[in-house]
Design a protein around this ligand. Structure first.
Ligand code: SF4
Length: 289
């Protein structure tokens, strides 16, 4: 408070929802701080500093020039991963380091839900369907928290008709929320099994097979690095949840907010298409060379 001591942010996975994120990212970016490397936490940053490495660039150089790689307090596996991420940061381009094979299906369904955490409700199910070169967006929206069950049932009626399909989603969040809802409402559990048996978590692939020049591998960030543009300058699920609560408080006056929520959900699905195509394209290149 007196300004005599400056804090030293260590940017990480939780920063995306923190009020201070603009300050901390700027702080870390200006210094090229090693905490910009994904999953490089405060103890590991201290270990690197003790080894004389403060910046992403220094870590990348360390990786190129020191063999074997050793830093006290960081395992060899973790250090190799940080060094690889530092090199990707320096290069500014994402890489695929292990090829991926996607199932060949007639229909691809890029699926995303929207939730309101305070009310603990899932108010929107959205999906962009792709058949060859054709795409269409479908959504199931609860006009109020009381209509959550109606949207849930409408979504599963839709899912019951899917044939020869593969669902794509990003992170295990969708499955976690849908599992909780399947216990809340009466439901055909075989349908749930079928849906998730034919599904792929794109984040699990990103986490396992790729590196990106970013501190976070959220769908917003990775799709942006591939050239995708959201309509909103700073899109996010929490922002959409606030729009939703404003919408349900006065739907007539806030029609535009419903449109924005649906647009945001659709763009998350479209961002997954960009990512999936990039992963598939890079995998083909990988196997050809
Ligand atoms: S944004 Fe800054 S204050 Fe917030 S969690 Fe991240 S490092 Fe900490």
């Amino acid at each position: 408070m007196s300004g005599e001591i400056e804090s030293e942010p260590c940017v990480g996975g939780t920063c995306g929802q923190c009020h201070w994120r603009s300050f901390c990212y700027r702080w870390a970016t200006e210094r090229n701080d090693v905490s910009l490397i994904r999953k490089l936490n405060r103890p590991k940053r201290s270990a690197l500093r003790k080894a004389g490495i403060k910046t992403v660039k220094e870590l990348a150089i360390f990786g190129r020039t020191k063999k074997p790689l050793e830093v006290k307090g960081i395992s060899g596996v973790a250090l190799s991963q940080f060094v690889r991420r530092a090199a990707v940061f320096e290069q500014g381009e994402p890489i695929l380091h292990s090829p991926v094979r996607f199932p060949e299906k007639t229909l691809e369904v890029f699926f995303d839900i929207e939730t309101e955490p305070l009310e603990n409700i899932c108010y929107l199910y959205g999906a962009v369907e792709r058949r060859g070169t054709e795409q269409r967006y479908v959504s199931f929206f609860a006009e109020s928290p009381e209509e959550e069950e109606g949207a849930w049932k409408a979504f599963w009626n839709y899912a019951a008709d899917l044939k020869d399909f593969q669902v794509y989603y990003y992170t295990s969040y969708e499955k976690t929320v849908l599992t909780a809802l399947s216990e809340r409402y009466e439901f055909d559990h075989q349908l749930f099994e079928r849906f998730f048996l034919n599904s792929t978590d794109l984040y699990a692939i990103v986490d396992r097979c790729t590196e990106w020049p970013s501190h976070s591998y959220s769908i917003k960030i990775v799709s942006k690095l591939l050239g995708f543009k959201y309509s909103e300058a700073d899109p996010g699920g929490l922002k959409a949840a606030l729009w939703y609560m404003d919408y349900v408080s006065n739907p007539e006056a806030n029609r535009d907010l419903k449109r924005k929520i649906i647009q945001y959900n659709k763009e998350d699905c479209e961002a997954m298409i960009i990512l999936k195509d990039w992963l598939a394209g890079k995998s083909r290149d990988f196997e050809e060379h």
